[in-house]
Design a protein around this ligand. Structure first.
Ligand code: NAP
Length: 277
């Protein structure tokens, strides 16, 4: 059994990962940038660096991600990777994003390269766009207008259920045989947003549609919602990659690592249907 540090432990992937690891009898150290309120939490703020060394005390393995809202993910991840090396961790699983390795100078790719060169045993997970965006970041438009508003036209994405990302990470952190490998994680098939909206409509019994908007309108919406300008511009840029088809391909990585097929969008919509009530 290991003592495993989970960064982003209260988030979409990290909360499910923490649950899965604890269920397997691992000791989970849940990092939070807020004041810890439970015995298994540890204070760690990646923006200020507060709590960094203390968070690694007694830790054998770790799961890292960069919290959303920051365009320079390398600045947040580099100290984590360096601390993991200094504490001689047995293994690090880093989650970046599908396509992160398309540009060697992208901040997420620079973080990946730092991990690859660290001497640590590692895995890199590059998930495609999460299904859970539909019940979180895209939720406002659905609730207020019954529409998903995005600048992606009819491009398709093989959306992945974040619970499957967590299952892959949990398996990698508790088994041997995958060392040094990177995985592009996708759902079982690619859908466009009109198809996704139709599936959500069937699951909820309400009419949900998709409206294609301009990148400029998207940017103004994100800025209006209070996102930092550089992060809003980053999101519009990667939505442009989606529109260009970069999110369409599927992989068998979830099946390979966990031994079972990734969840379908229909299953996700059913499980989360109260989110859009
Ligand atoms: N959404 C997508 O479609 C998609 C696709 C591919 C990749 N990704 C990647 O997924 C990651 C986000 O994962 P997620 O959706 O599971 O996260 P999430 O639900 O947005 O949660 C973010 C987590 O980060 C923690 N956090 C926030 N500020 C922090 C700070 N200053 N220091 C330390 N921790 C902090 C939060 O916990 P506390 O509030 O407790 O600190 C929270 O647990 C990003 O790196 C993104 O690039 C997302």
């Amino acid at each position: 059994m290991s003592r495993i540090l989970v960064v982003g432990a209260s988030g979409t992937v990290g909360s499910e990962l923490s649950r899965l690891l604890a269920a397997e009898g691992e000791t989970v150290v849940r990092a939070t940038s807020r004041a810890p309120v439970a015995a298994d939490q540890v204070a760690l703020d990646l923006v200020t660096g507060a709590g960094l060394q203390a968070a690694f005390q007694g830790v054998d393995r770790a799961f890292f991600l960069a919290p959303p809202g920051h365009a320079d993910q390398e600045a947040l991840l580099a100290p984590l990777i360096d601390a993991a090396a200094a504490h001689r961790l047995q293994q690090v699983v880093l989650m970046t994003a599908m396509g992160a390795n398309a540009d060697e100078n992208a901040p997420l790719r620079k973080a990946e390269r730092r991990l690859e060169a660290s001497g640590l045993a590692y895995n890199i997970l590059r998930p495609n766009w999460f299904m859970q965006n539909f019940n979180s970041v895209w939720l406002h438009g659905i609730q207020t207008a019954g529409q998903i508003f995005l600048p992606v036209g009819d491009a398709k994405g093989s959306f992945i259920d974040a619970r499957d990302i967590a299952a892959v990470a949990a398996r990698l952190l508790t088994s041997q045989g995958f060392a040094g490998r990177a995985f592009d994680l996708t759902g079982p098939r690619a859908l466009d947003h009109a198809e996704a909206a139709a599936i959500l409509s069937r699951a909820t019994g309400r009419t949900i549609g998709f409206t294609d908007i301009t990148p400029e309108a998207m940017l103004q919406g994100l800025l209006g919602a209070g996102l930092p300008a550089d992060y809003a511009a980053f999101l519009v840029q990667i939505l442009g990659y989606f529109k260009a088809g970069a999110a369409e391909r599927t992989t068998d990585a979830v099946q390979q690592v966990t031994g079972r097929a990734p969840r379908t969008f229909e299953q996700y919509a059913k499980d989360y249907r109260t989110s859009w009530a």
